[in-house]
Structure formats: structure tokens, C-alpha cells
Design a protein around this ligand. Structure first.
Ligand code: TXA
Ligand code: MG
Length: 309
């Protein structure tokens, strides 16, 4: 575990420079970072996560200028970046051929997912390192995403070089991913509500047509999965179940938001799933309204409840 003082950050940046793996906080979830230009370092991410190699990684940048050196931004992409970066938004854009990234990062695709995170610790790490950092969520592939350093340690300790601990993540859900096809298309709902993006663009987003190759984990049927089975839209719990509540709920073992606040619920989602999963019983989840961040919460819950491979 590294602390977020100057010494800790310098150590984390040095490990990245030496081709090591550093888990670091973002405002969405903890990421497992490696130098995006170093193929061996990037390969170690896949190895540590046990991740199918057809999944491309998000690259984190310190500035919009750095992002523009890596990918080509059209008007809509620039508008979204100006409005929402730093923040929980990933843009999938045409990769510049001479960007110097390892082809493993994009899994051979001609596009790249880029994100400028809002977390101060992430920004300080990216600035100290001074280059692009490839980072998927810092959890074993298919498991619940980590929103604390402890979650990262529980899933990956012994497989990575360091964890930078800055406490729990403020948003608690992965970034919203937008592609350009060439019109803006929603590839994964996430921590930035779809409504905010559509208001900024002045047009509705297209929704992704699933194709043969799953290129976002959101497209794999089972993902973000606790070990215990999950039952969705449960008004009340059955014998032996634990209840994950939303809104006023006497039966709730843990409640995403007793006041029914979707932002609070998003921030608590993975933390509460980790905590209930540790008890080992089946989990009944209360209905969540399908609007704002509720769209991303329901997306994650549906995948967590999907039949396991
Ligand atoms: O909030 C987040 O997005 C977190 C933090 C750490 O930044 N990261 C994250 O990464 O959720 P990950 O790898 O678990 O999910 C990102 C997904 C990838 O699995 C990938 O399928 C999709 O983004 N993606 C990345 N590049 C892509 C591309 N060129 N085309 C389509 N999808 C892409
Ligand atoms: Mg993930």
C-alpha cells in the first residue's frame, strides 16, 4: 500500500516507469495501471486480471493535449471532452497511427478509449508519470469492481506491484463510454448520466448494436459478478436471502440509499455488493428506477445476475 503523499506518488510513478503495475484510485473505481507504451507492462495487466485478451483497455491521460496526441477528436468529441473532462466519461476515438502505444492496449482495434479522470490522486499520478496509463478496473476479470484499496488487495494482492490508497471512490461506477460511429453512440452506461451527455450534444445518443466480438466487458453476459446468486427487482426477501435495499426498506441488510438518491446508490453499489457477497448468502436486490445513474446501476446489476459461464 502506498500513501498519496509526495513519496508515495513518486514511488508509484517510478514503478510505472519500470514497467510495473500500480492500482490507483479514480473517481469511478480503482484502476490497474501500466505504461500504455510498454507492451510487457500492458501484458501483465491481462495476466494479473485473468482477462480475455480481446478486451481493449482504457488509456488515462493528464491533459486534453495528451489525448489529442493519441487520438483524433471530431467536433462532437471535443464538445464532450470540454464539457465533461475531467470526469467519468471515456471517449472511443480513431487512434493516431504514430501515437506510440502498445497494440495490446487496443487489442488491435483502430480506435482507442481515452479518459481524463477527475480524482486528484489520479491526476497527480498521471502528471508525475507524464505519459499515458492503460488501466482497466483493478479486479479479477468478471468480478465486482473495486471502490476501495482493500477491495483491490483482496482480489489482486501478490499479482501487482503497489496500491495507491486514497480512500473510497466518489462516483463508485465505471465511466460512461461513448463511441463515434460517426454519430455519438452509447457503448456502456456509467458514472456520467446519459441525459447530461444528450443535453450537451443537443441530440439523442445512438445505442450500440451488439456485434459478434464482445469488445466491452459490458457486452459479456456475466460480469461484475458476486459469488452468490443475485435476484433482481425483489420487493421483499425470501428465507435465507440477504436484501440490498433502495429507498425506505425495513428488510434491507444494506441499503444503497435509504432516501432513494441515485448518486448515493451508485457510490455504494459495489461496496455493498462486496460486503454482502462476503457473507455468502443469495442476494435479493430492490427495484432501482431506470433513469439517470439508475440506468448504469441496473446495467451492472443485470450483468451481476446473469448466468455464469
Ligand atoms: O471508470 C472506468 O472506466 C474505469 C477506470 C479505472 O477508469 N475503467 C474501466 O476499465 O472500467 P475496464 O477495462 O474495466 O472497462 C473499459 C472497457 C473495456 O473493457 C473495453 O471493452 C472498452 O472499455 N473499450 C476500451 N477501448 C475500446 C475501444 N477501442 N472500442 C470499444 N470499447 C473499448
Ligand atoms: Mg472492469
Amino acid at each position: 500500500m502506498l500513501t498519496t503523499d509526495e513519496t508515495g506518488l513518486k514511488r508509484a510513478a517510478d514503478i510505472l516507469r519500470d514497467g510495473g503495475l500500480v492500482a490507483f484510485p479514480t473517481e469511478t473505481v480503482y484502476g490497474l495501471g501500466a505504461d500504455a507504451r510498454n507492451g510487457q507492462a500492458v501484458a501483465r495487466i491481462f495476466q494479473a486480471k485473468g482477462r480475455p485478451s480481446f478486451n481493449p483497455l482504457i488509456v488515462h491521460v493528464a491533459t486534453l493535449e495528451m489525448a489529442q496526441g493519441i487520438a483524433m477528436f471530431d467536433d462532437a468529441a471535443l464538445r464532450l471532452a470540454s464539457a465533461f473532462w475531467p470526469g467519468p466519461l471515456t471517449l472511443v476515438l480513431p487512434l493516431r497511427p504514430k501515437a506510440g502505444l502498445s497494440p495490446l492496449v487496443t487489442a488491435g482495434l483502430p480506435t482507442i478509449g481515452l479518459r481524463l479522470p477527475d480524482s486528484k490522486t489520479a491526476q497527480r499520478l498521471l502528471a508525475a508519470f507524464g505519459g499515458p496509463v492503460a488501466a482497466p478496473s483493478a479486479n479479477p476479470s468478471g468480478k465486482i469492481s473495486p471502490t476501495t484499496a482493500r477491495h483491490v488487495a483482496d482480489g489482486l494482492s501478490g499479482k501487482i506491484d503497489a496500491i495507491l490508497d486514497a480512500g473510497p471512490c466518489a462516483v463508485g461506477l465505471e465511466s460512461t463510454i461513448i463511441g463515434f460511429d460517426p454519430a455519438p453512440v452509447l457503448l456502456r452506461p456509467g458514472g456520467l448520466p446519459v441525459e447530461a451527455i444528450e443535453a450537451c450534444l443537443g441530440a439523442p445518443l445512438l445505442t450500440h448494436q451488439p456485434n459478434e466480438t464482445p469488445n466491452a466487458p459490458g457486452q459479456l453476459s456475466s460480469h461484475y459478478a458476486p459469488t452468490a446468486p443475485l435476484r433482481l427487482n425483489a420487493e421483499s426477501k425470501k428465507a435465507g436471502e440477504l436484501k440490498l435495499g433502495f429507498g425506505p426498506d425495513d428488510q434491507a441488510d444494506l441499503n444503497l440509499s435509504p432516501t432513494g438518491d441515485l448518486v448515493e446508490a451508485a457510490a455504494n453499489l459495489f461496496t455493498h455488493l462486496h460486503a454482502l457477497d462476503a457473507k455468502g448468502a443469495p442476494i435479493a436486490v430492490a427495484p432501482i428506477p431506470d433513469k439517470g445513474l439508475g440506468i448504469a446501476i441496473n446495467d451492472r446489476l443485470k450483468r451481476a445476475a446473469a448466468p455464469r459461464p
